[in-house]
Design a protein around this ligand. Structure first.
Ligand code: G6P
Length: 369
């Protein structure tokens, strides 16, 4: 069936605005009375998740970035070691698989050639089980995995992933909390995590309200050739996703760095021509991030900071740009901060006149190597 663009100029914009519903759909029937329902990962999942002593993620593109966030979540909540690898690398390595390791593949389409090949190769390596986080129920990845958790983003037409990425993160936070519950996560932290998830559709809707401000900001970007995205901890993969979106659809060269790495190279690139975008949620790394922002300021970089409203005071100077997000829980913050970065790349691409939904040289689903 043809998917209608409706009132929206591009599918990507429509899909960005569908995210509160896509997130709510992904949570639908999976939470009850402050708990994650058992069995949402498939038959025998409870037993397998209890047995899991390590997790290996394999994915490509935005799905790889979502997996990277999951590493921070799972290690913090379940105290299980997690590795994340790009599928095209993983499939040609000779990996060592620790006992009772769960393999998790993450893919919107479930047909990405490298991810599928990695799954097939991994099956002979003695993993505990394979779990697919996927948006297409009838895909090869789902058919060939023992366990699955479907994202319910609905069809995504824009080549640059938006609602699929955000629903992957939603599903991965469910997984992290469920693993946490099976591995001794404190009941109060568990309940707080579920409460944050319940609030997520509203938090995403609130973030979308920044759209008019971001449209104005985009005007300053359209003439740029480079941009630097900074984040720390769970926000580092979100900075990577922000840079990927900008590259994909606006063709502006963008790089993401964990802010603590600035001194080890990227600071040399910073001058008054370099926009530097920082994501600043209310978390334990905020003070560290602020000193990285100071390093950029001292070199005259053009600072644009997306900050949690409750901690944004004084984070930028008057000539710099501050965009404030409604306060949200620490666990869901990476999901919420994704939204303004999507909007930024979208508006920059529109101003540059690129083919937003079908960027040059890229495909929605890469089914050949
Ligand atoms: C392509 C798409 C990306 C996507 C990646 C992985 O590069 O353009 O948006 O993140 O493939 O696709 P998958 O379907 O496996 O998530």
């Amino acid at each position: 069936d043809a998917v209608e663009r409706g009132e929206y100029r591009h599918y990507m914009l429509k899909e960005i605005h569908e995210q509160p519903v896509a997130v709510a759909d992904t949570l639908e029937g999976r939470l009850l009375d402050g708990q994650i329902l058992t069995g949402i990962f498939g038959p025998q999942a409870v037993q397998l998740l209890k047995q899991t002593e390590a997790v290996q993620f394999v994915a490509c593109g935005s799905s790889y970035h979502a997996s990277m966030v999951a590493k921070y979540w799972i290690e913090a909540l379940a105290r299980i070691p997690v590795s994340v690898e790009i599928a095209s690398e993983y499939r040609y390595r000779d990996p060592v698989v620790p006992k009772n390791t769960l393999l998790v593949t993450v893919s919107q389409s479930g047909e990405t050639a490298d991810t599928l090949a990695a799954l097939r190769m991994a099956k002979s390596l003695g993993y505990l089980a394979e779990l697919a986080i996927c948006n297409v129920p009838e895909s090869s990845l789902v058919r060939e995995s023992a366990l699955c958790l479907m994202t319910r983003a609905g069809p995504e037409i824009g080549v640059a992933s938006t609602k699929a990425f955000v629903t992957q993160l939603t599903a991965l936070l469910l997984l992290a909390l469920e693993l946490g519950r099976q591995h001794g996560l404190d009941a109060t932290r568990y309940r707080d995590g579920v409460t944050q998830l319940e609030h997520l559709p509203q938090a995403v809707a609130d973030a979308l309200k920044l759209d008019p401000e971001i449209r104005v900001l985009a005007e300053r970007f359209a003439s740029k050739h480079h941009a630097l995205f900074l984040g720390r901890g769970r926000q580092f993969p979100i900075a990577m996703e922000g840079a990927l979106k900008l590259k994909e659809i606006s063709y502006i060269h963008a790089e993401a760095y964990p802010a603590g790495e600035l001194k080890h190279g990227p600071l040399a690139l910073v001058d008054e021509d370099m926009p530097v975008i920082a994501v600043a949620p209310n978390d334990h790394l905020l003070e560290k991030l602020k000193s990285n922002i100071e390093e950029v300021r001292a070199r005259g970089g053009q600072l644009i900071v997306f900050a949690d409203k409750s901690v944004s005071r004084g984070i930028t100077h008057p000539q710099e740009t501050l965009l404030e997000l409604e306060p949200c829980g620490e666990l869901i913050a990476p999901i919420v901060f994704t939204i303004p970065l999507q909007l930024l790349s979208y508006h920059v691409a529109v101003l540059k006149g690129t083919d937003v939904d079908q960027p040059r040289n890229l495909a929605k689903s890469v089914t050949v190597e």
